[in-house]
Structures are given as C-alpha cells and as structure tokens.
Unconditional design. Sequence first.
Length: 180
Amino acid sequence: MVYLPSMPKEATLLDVFRRFPATNKPLLEFHEALLRGESPFTEGERELIAAYVSGLNGCRYCHGVHTATAERLGIVPGAIAALLAGDATAAVPDNMRPVLSLAKKLTERPDGMAQSDVNAVFAAGWDETALYHSIAVVALFNYMNRLVEGLGIALNPAYVETASKRLADGGYRPLIGMLR
C-alpha cells in the first residue's frame, strides 16, 4: 500500500515517477545511460547487479522486476536466487563473482570497502570503467530500493511480466515518455 495519500493504494513505481516528473525524469535518464549505455558489462550483467542488490536489501518490487529483466537478457534463470541463498556454485560467470562480492559489501557495509575488493575486480579482468559502472549500479539500486520501500510500493506479481519485457526490449527510455 503506497504511503502517499494522493495516490491509489496499488500505485506502481511508474505512478510515482509520473507524480514527481521533475526529479524522476533525470533519474530515468541516469538509468538509461548506466544500464543501457556503453559499458564493459552486458545489459544482463548490469540487471544482475541491480537484482542482486535489490535482493540483498529485501526490496521485493525491484528484485522481482530486475531478476525477470536480467533473465530475459540472458542471465541463467534461478542464478540470482542461488546467489542470495549463498550457493557458491550459482550459475554466474566467474568474472562476475568479485563484482557481486563488491556489490554485497558495498550494500551491506559501505564503510568496509577495501583496496582488496577493488583488486579482486581488476584481477577478474575488469577495468576502471567496469569498476565505476558496478559501483554506480550498486549505488543506484540502494537508492531505488529505499525509495520503493520508503514509499510503500508493493510488488504486484502480474506486473513483473509487463515491466521486465518493457525494460528488456526497450530499456528505460520508454518510461521517460510515459511521464508525460
């Protein structure tokens, strides 16, 4: 149930974006640039990071939508759930493991970040741009999870299919057009 009295009880995140376009248009433009623009990571890998962070934070809305989006973009179904369950054999590429370890640490204990976390990302073959992109996705989804949970936006399981298809097929740009 959304905590904003002016909104319907079953409002979605898109409804909130529409209610506050001045701040959410730039936010969606940032999503588009970071999650669909040029990057050392595939779109699926960036959605994997987003879904993993959202799962760590217990944000059912973002975790559900971004897990489904990541799977549509090539992440093995069930891999994110396995990661969250602590399964060391989860079906993710080996070079993503230190990135996801960094994502977990930065989400759960940002003051615990160390040079060794960064070195592990570099040792897996990623460069400075990848490090920046991974940290930026983690930061963005920690923000988004707090926005969604703070506003009381609940996940309607029927919405996951629609939202994940839209994000996988068109990215975040169509959402900007929906703000009008």
